[in-house]
Design a protein around this ligand. Structure first.
Ligand code: NDP
Length: 456
């Protein structure tokens, strides 16, 4: 194979593939943003390993192995027929079965699922577990729906999805809008259709195949990653103030772990606005409002004497509050260049991304130039999928581990991810840049597997 070698250096090769990707996916802004961030990091890899250019590895990697898009019809409580669109993007199975969450949110489209699936390839590789990359979801909006409506939607969604997944093929999990309740309905329907009790989904309930510490894993993991970044600066959590966005699965457990390690998290948010509680967020109250009652975040401010609520859409955001640490844990592109400048002006030391791609490319640039320790999502939030892989291992072995066992493994995995990303950044001449480090470390393992498996 000499196809691509004559024409290029690493820089030219990466640029030429990106031009093709842009031309073929011009309407997929989020996907292109995720691809550009990764591609920018990989130039030195292609200079060092020109065989990957010969094998045109990048162009193969950026094309999903399979995309399934399907109709999801269901009947609402008024007896009316509703139709949503479902997706599963099976991006890469180079190092294991496809693995990645399902997102139910009105904004879901093919671009968003592809960006998430692409990121997932590198994230899953970084965990050191044998899992490939995938992602799925629907433009279904769970807000305001009854439990019965959620169940009927999940059953219809799984009726089609069940044809494409399996414990050794593709193992979905939760993401935005998909928590324990939805995984339960999805699993029930899968079992009914396939008549098998296997670990086809992760995030299951503890009595029926779930892993202890899975619920906590992404949030805890983002905090363990931040701890590594702080330690490298000779710092720790004691007495530090943190701003956190979101009030879902990731945000709640990031706040819980921050408080238990001696920091004070003072904010959280949902799409209606944000709460600032100078006394530190009361995690039990937050769980009661969000996990049990499923209410809006303003209820938190109403229940706490010194907390304030700021509606969304104004100038002030979570990122306007002065803090040493920032944890964006809501959604993509929620932290832009201006927000990053505000955080830097307020003296932020470290940013650990709990959400996927929450910082824009411009924001990342501001952090890196200012010497802020920046933990990119594919490294910092990999704890969720890492514990999902541990759930798969427990399911295969028909066993279950204690909370402390899983938490200890999670801690080691996050430490390992930090160390690998930091080492790769150093090896490729960009010491301290964990964006470059995570992209390269994640890529090399997948590239090596693809290379060994031939042109497939
Ligand atoms: P949840 O659905 O539990 O919570 C999402 C939170 O973010 C909610 O508070 C939601 O508010 C808020 N939010 C979502 N969209 C917006 C928006 N457009 N503007 C403002 N707020 C918004 O999801 P998770 O906590 O599971 O996921 C959060 C992020 O973390 C996502 O980026 C996800 O991909 C990522 N992630 C999750 C993992 C997991 O294990 N759960 C693993 C790795 C990454 P509202 O309710 O008002 O919409």
């Amino acid at each position: 194979m000499k196809g691509n070698i004559d024409m290029t250096t690493g820089k030219e090769y990466v640029a030429s593939v990106f031009e093709k990707v842009k031309a073929q996916n011009s309407h997929e802004a989020e996907f292109l943003q995720a691809v550009e961030e990764v591609f920018n990091s990989l130039v030195p890899v292609f200079d060092k390993y020109p065989k990957y250019i010969e094998e045109n590895l990048l162009e193969r990697l950026v094309e999903p192995e399979r995309i399934v898009s399907f109709r999801v019809p269901w009947v609402d409580d008024k007896g009316q027929v509703q139709v949503n669109r479902g997706f599963r993007v099976q991006f890469s199975s180079a190092i294991g079965p496809y693995k990645g969450g399902l997102r139910f949110h009105p904004s879901v489209n093919q671009s968003i699922i592809k960006f998430l699936g692409f990121e997932q390839i590198f994230k899953n590789s970084l965990t050191g577990q044998p899992i490939g990359g995938g992602k799925g979801g629907s433009n279904f909006d769970p807000k305001g729906k009854s439990d019965n409506e959620i169940m009927r939607f999940c059953q219809s969604f799984m009726t089609e999805l069940s044809k494409h997944i399996g414990a050794d093929t593709d193992v979905p999990a939760g993401d935005i809008g998909v928590g324990g309740r939805e995984i339960g309905y999805l699993y029930g329907q899968y079992k009914r259709i396939r008549n098998e009790y296997t670990g086809v989904l992760t995030g299951k309930g503890l009595n029926w195949g779930g892993s202890l510490a899975r619920t906590e894993a992404t949030g805890y993991g983002a905090v363990y990653f931040a701890e590594q970044m702080l330690n490298a600066r000779g710092e720790n959590f004691n007495g530090k103030t943190a701003v956190v966005s979101g009030a879902g699965n990731v945000a709640i457990y990031a706040i819980e772990k921050l408080q238990s390690l001696g920091a004070k998290a003072v904010t959280c948010s949902d799409s209606s606005g944000f709460v600032y509680d100078p006394d530190g967020i009361d995690v039990d109250l937050l769980k009661e409002i969000k996990e049990v009652k499923r209410e809006r975040i303003v209820k938190y401010a109403e229940a706490r004497p010194n907390a304030t609520f700021t509606p969304a859409g104004g100038e002030k955001t979570v990122w306007s509050i002065k803090a040493d640490l920032a944890f964006p844990c809501a959604t993509q592109n929620e932290l832009d260049e201006t927000d990053a400048e505000t955080l830097v002006a307020n003296g932020v030391l470290a940013v650990s991304e709990g959400a996927n791609m929450p910082s824009t490319l411009g924001a990342i640039d501001v952090f890196l130039k200012a010497g802020v320790s920046f933990g990119p999502a594919k490294a910092a939030n990999a704890g969720g999928v890492a514990v999902s892989a541990l759930e798969m291992a427990q399911n295969s072995g028909r066993t279950s581990w204690t909370f402390d066992e899983v938490d200890a493994k999670l801690y080691d995995i996050m430490k390992g991810i930090y160390e690998n990303a930091a080492a790769a950044a150093k090896e490729f001449g960009q010491e301290g840049n964990l964006v470059v480090g995570a992209n390269i470390a994640g890529f090399l393992k997948v590239a090596d597997a693809m290379s060994a498996q031939g042109i497939v």
